[in-house]
Design a protein around this ligand. Structure first.
Ligand SMILES: CC(=O)SCCNC(=O)CCNC(=O)[C@H](O)C(C)(C)COP(=O)(O)OP(=O)(O)OC[C@H]1O[C@@H](n2cnc3c(N)ncnc32)[C@H](O)[C@@H]1OP(=O)(O)O
Ligand SMILES: CC(=O)C(=O)O
Length: 552
């Protein structure tokens, strides 16, 4: 076996600096309440993040309030950091409202952002280059001298673009920060367009030219840190390249949220540092909390979790191809780079037309006692492949898949026989609301049930009428709730005559108090029939699951 060329054994510690609360909220459509900011601070502290950048006290009352409230938290490890820019041109630091707000935040660590790129100095700030150096030096020194400040970090905005354009001036800005007393020089790829080789080259040159160390042996002397954005989709590679060449701190956000294409995602950073590169970061057992942390942040910012997110996404350890599933069942790491559990995630197997018998065995083998029954597995697989050819999809329709297994085993119970259903939608004038009426006729246990219900639309009306037919016989049908309804056109070239696929998710509370979620699928040219199929399968599945004596 070839030894991993990147593997370290020295266990060098890397500081994790989270800026989800500041740079993360600069992402489009991202906002956090004060309560969420405090809750996330606690969650980050519990995992052992070293620094939590809480906000920009000058910017808005919420960020200022955060620094008042965060002092009441009993943080175990993390140091809270206040962010702000250098003093304005032409005034003393003590007279600058931004400087005053930073010191008034009483944050033990202050991070000052300043200009490195001569383009920004000349064209954006429009100040003399020496005045920019003075702004950096004075601002860092002013914050450094405040009684409540222990450390000042200096964010060298656009460092890599500035270094490319004018390396001497870029280095002078870092020297000015060191003169002011900065203990971390944070090299920022603000526009996110650099490539890893350039990052390595620049970090190495800066470290050698300024004579800086690459370990935390002297944590209060100036050391390098890295802060990158993801505009070239290289944020993780760039951050790791910077660490490999001497940065002792990495700044980023949870799930990579942030301005434009986002910041580096600290989830893969932490996992790669500990699991792949042999560095020390966070708490020893923190990686198992990464999945939970990622989901917490998605929930707080109201984003749908990214299923393909490395390490923590729902698909990160999901196997669909039949050959993969076959191999994974024999030896998991044949198709997995780490154990899912190492980062709090889990393995999933999907069943679809790309499955082999192994997928059926993995998904339903244990529940139905068919783990070794290749004949039944193949029978189910053939049915799935036929139906997927017609437009069905079973990946997200676990209950429909199980109903098919009951059928293949000849054990699917018939709880009722359909007489007919009918749906009428009435609208007489342009500005009149539609009214919908659903009628369902069933034979349930030898009794004819013939019920009508009104609804907001055809699906709702038929759903209510079906419940009315079944409720006297099977009261549990009143306990399920439709929680999601998705519809996709299967063959769009057929336009309005196209077949549609409806996938419906349901929830119910089981006898043990737990919430169960399951989904069914229906396909037809008629959206009402596709929905009916999914709904009636859902009720049948519920009855099988909840009624004793029907289990296989
Ligand atoms: C790379 C980064 O992510 S940096 C952080 C970016 N984050 C944010 O901008 C979010 C928070 N921002 C804010 O709340 C506001 O933009 C504030 C409080 C910073 C500024 O608000 P305003 O003063 O109303 O902004 P306005 O647009 O009028 O002007 C910005 C001024 O700051 C100056 N400025 C910009 N960067 C710097 C800097 N690093 N140091 C000193 N002055 C700076 C500009 O030159 C401009 O001054 P001018 O009017 O004399 O030209
Ligand atoms: C400081 C910062 O957020 C940046 O340069 O991207």
């Amino acid at each position: 076996m070839v030894e991993n060329p990147n593997g370290h054994t020295d266990g060098r510690r890397i500081e994790m600096y989270d800026t989800t609360l500041r740079d993360g909220t600069q992402g489009a459509e991202i906002a956090l309440t004060l309560a969420d900011k405090l809750k996330l601070t606690i969650a980050l502290d519990e995992l052992g993040f070293d620094y939590i950048e809480g906000g920009y006290p000058l910017s808005n009352p919420k960020d200022a309030a955060y620094f008042d409230k965060v002092r009441d938290l009993d943080l175990k490890h993390a140091r809270v950091t206040a962010f702000g820019m250098t003093r304005r041109k032409g005034i003393e630091a003590k007279d600058d409202p931004g400087m005053q707000a930073l010191v008034a935040s009483h944050a033990p660590v202050i991070t000052i952002v300043g200009k490195t790129w001569d383009l920004h100095v000349d064209e954006v700030l429009r100040v003399e280059r020496d005045e920019n150096l003075a702004m950096i030096r004075d601002s860092v020194a002013f914050c450094h001298q405040a009684d409540t400040t222990d450390e000042v970090f200096y964010d060298a905005e656009h460092f890599f673009d500035g270094y490319r354009a004018n390396p001497d001036y870029a280095l002078d800005t870092l020297r000015a920060a060191v003169e002011g007393g900065a203990t971390r020089l944070v090299l920022c790829d603000t526009n996110g367009g650099s490539l890893p080789e350039f990052i390595s080259h620049a970090v190495t040159n800066v470290r050698e030219t300024l004579g800086l160390g690459d370990t935390l042996d002297n944590p209060t002397g100036p050391l390098l840190a890295i802060h990158v954005h993801n505009d070239g989709a290289l944020a993780v590679a760039n951050s790791l390249a910077a660490i490999e060449t001497g940065c002792v701190q990495v700044q980023g956000t949870i799930n990579g949220i942030g301005e434009r294409c986002g910041n580096v995602d600290l989830i893969p950073i932490a996992a790669n540092l500990r699991l792949k590169l042999g560095y020390d970061c966070l708490r020893d057992d923190a990686l198992k909390g990464l999945h939970h942390l990622a989901m917490l942040v998605y929930e707080m910012v109201g984003m749908t979790p990214v299923a393909g997110q490395p390490y923590v996404g729902a698909n990160a350890f999901t196997h669909k191809g039949g050959m993969h599933v076959h191999a994974v069942q024999r030896i998991a790491h044949s198709y997995e780079h780490i154990e899912p559990d190492a980062v709090g995630n889990q393995r999933r197997v999907l069943v679809s037309e790309l499955a082999g018998a192994s997928n059926i065995a993995a998904q339903v083998g244990a529940k139905f006692g068919i783990a070794d029954d290749r004949d039944v597995q193949r029978k189910v697989l053939e049915k799935i492949q036929d139906l997927e050819h017609q437009g069905y999809q079973f990946e997200a329709a676990d209950a429909s898949l199980e109903l098919m297994v009951y059928e293949a085993l000849g054990k699917r119970p018939a709880f009722w026989e359909l007489g007919h259903y009918r749906c009428v939608i009435l609208k007489r004038q342009r500005d009149e609301e539609t009214s919908t009426e659903g009628t369902v006729k069933l034979n349930v246990d030898g009794t004819t049930e013939y019920r009508v219900a009104e609804g907001d639309g055809p699906v709702n009306a038929l759903y209510q009428a079906l419940i009315k037919c079944l409720a006297d016989h099977y009261p549990e049908v009143r306990t399920i709730h439709l929680s999601d309804y998705k519809v996709r056109v299967v063959n769009p070239t057929a336009e309005t005559a196209a077949r549609v696929r409806v996938v419906i998710e349901f929830r119910y509370t089981a006898e043990d108090g737990s919430t169960r979620v399951f989904s069914t699928v229906g396909v037809d040219e008629n959206i009402v029939e596709a929905s009916w199929e999914a709904i009636s399968d859902a009720f049948q599945y519920l009855l099988i699951e909840t009624r004793a004596g029907i289990t296989v």
